[in-house]
Ligand binder design. Structure first.
Ligand code: ATP
Ligand code: MG
Length: 321
């Protein structure tokens, strides 16, 4: 079976974009694809962070993944920090990466541009991502536009390592997520909805209570045109709402006489989708020990793969066994 890896950073509250763009497609393929669901807690340390928050968010993300229907018997859920081979392979891949190659990554440039202190790990972030992928001989990685360049680097590093030191890694292929969903920020509909965006005004959290969801959608930015039409260029806000509606209901939206009517229908559709997830989350949260066990089981299942890859890579690059 084809092996895939999908990653989630515990950098904040999971949102509707994460559900429609990543979690739901993963759940839909659980019977036909061998996917590893990875919480990238190591990646959450590349920017200013609070230790207790990262720990709590890692457990929260794992719980939401379960609540959204990921079956851990089919899809191991892991945290990359709990499997030390990720870090070990990261170093071997750092020795395969040029400084300039890392420094020209757009995300590094963007995230380091603020003028504040920049962690060295922000520069090497895509190398760790390459390790996360290569360590499991992953064949396919669903990637949105924001991760294309990083996946390309993973491919380059795998190919280079194989050419220099002998066949060691599977070269991963990037695949477009099945759902065309790229959910945009409701307050700034030209930017994608993001966990780490500073304002929460445009974000629908998967665990938001119904009244917050209603308020967020009610305040979604539209335009002065006044006609409900799919027109990403001139009506990005309305187009995003139509897209959300189509994704949530699984059918093409009908006609709407006003933005208010559209927003009411979007609110109902989002609420229908999220209510069961919220309920399962509340149930699962009663037993945090269970979620930790799921992570431990995930680790037990996948670690032998990681160990085998690191053994191969160590031998190839010239280290003693
Ligand atoms: P951050 O701002 O910390 O990068 P994020 O919201 O981009 O957070 P990630 O943890 O980077 O979330 O991504 C988790 C998964 O969700 C990835 O597969 C990513 O492609 C997908 N995803 C993230 N944002 C959206 C979105 N707005 N629409 C659709 N899919 C998304
Ligand atoms: Mg992201």
């Amino acid at each position: 079976m084809t092996r895939r890896l999908t990653g989630f950073q515990p950098t904040g509250k999971l949102h509707l974009g994460n559900l429609l763009g990543a979690m739901r497609p993963l759940v839909a393929r659980q019977h036909t694809t061998d996917t590893i669901a990875m919480i990238a807690d190591l990646h959450a340390l590349t920017l200013e962070h609070d230790p207790a928050t990262v720990r709590a968010t890692t457990l929260e993300v794992a719980t939401v993944l379960l609540a959204a229907g990921i079956d851990p018997q089919r899809t191991p859920i892991i945290a990359n920090s709990q499997i030390p081979e990720h870090v070990e392979l990261h170093y071997l891949l750092e020795c395969t990466t040029g400084f300039g190659e890392a420094a020209r990554m757009i995300q590094f440039k963007e995230k380091s541009a603020g003028g504040g202190p920049v962690r060295l790990s922000l520069l090497t972030y895509p190398v760790l991502m390459a390790a996360d992928i290569l360590v499991y001989d992953v064949q396919q990685v669903p990637v949105g536009d924001d991760q294309n360049q990083h996946l390309e680097l993973s491919r380059t590093l795998a190919t280079r390592f194989n050419a220099r030191y002998g066949e060691t890694f599977t070269v991963p292929e990037g695949v477009r997520p099945e759902s065309s969903a790229r959910i945009m920020d409701l307050a700034e509909p030209t930017r994608k909805m993001s966990k780490s965006a500073s304002s929460t005004a445009g974000r629908i959290g998967l665990l938001d209570p119904p009244e917050v969801i209603r308020r967020t959608i009610g305040r979604a930015v539209t335009d002065a045109i006044g006609v409900v039409r799919h027109d990403p260029q001139h009506q990005p806000g309305v187009t995003n709402l139509l897209g959300i509606l189509a994704e949530c209901t699984g059918r093409e939206p009908g006609e709407f006489s006003s933005y208010g009517a559209l927003k009411r229908e979007v609110t109902d559709a989002v609420e229908d989708l999220l209510a069961p997830i919220r309920a399962r989350y509340a149930e699962l949260s009663k037993d945090p020990g269970h979620v930790r066990e799921i992570l431990a089981e995930g680790k037990t299942r996948v670690r032998p793969l990681a160990q085998a890859t690191v053994r191969r890579a160590r031998a190839a690059i010239g280290l003693l066994d």
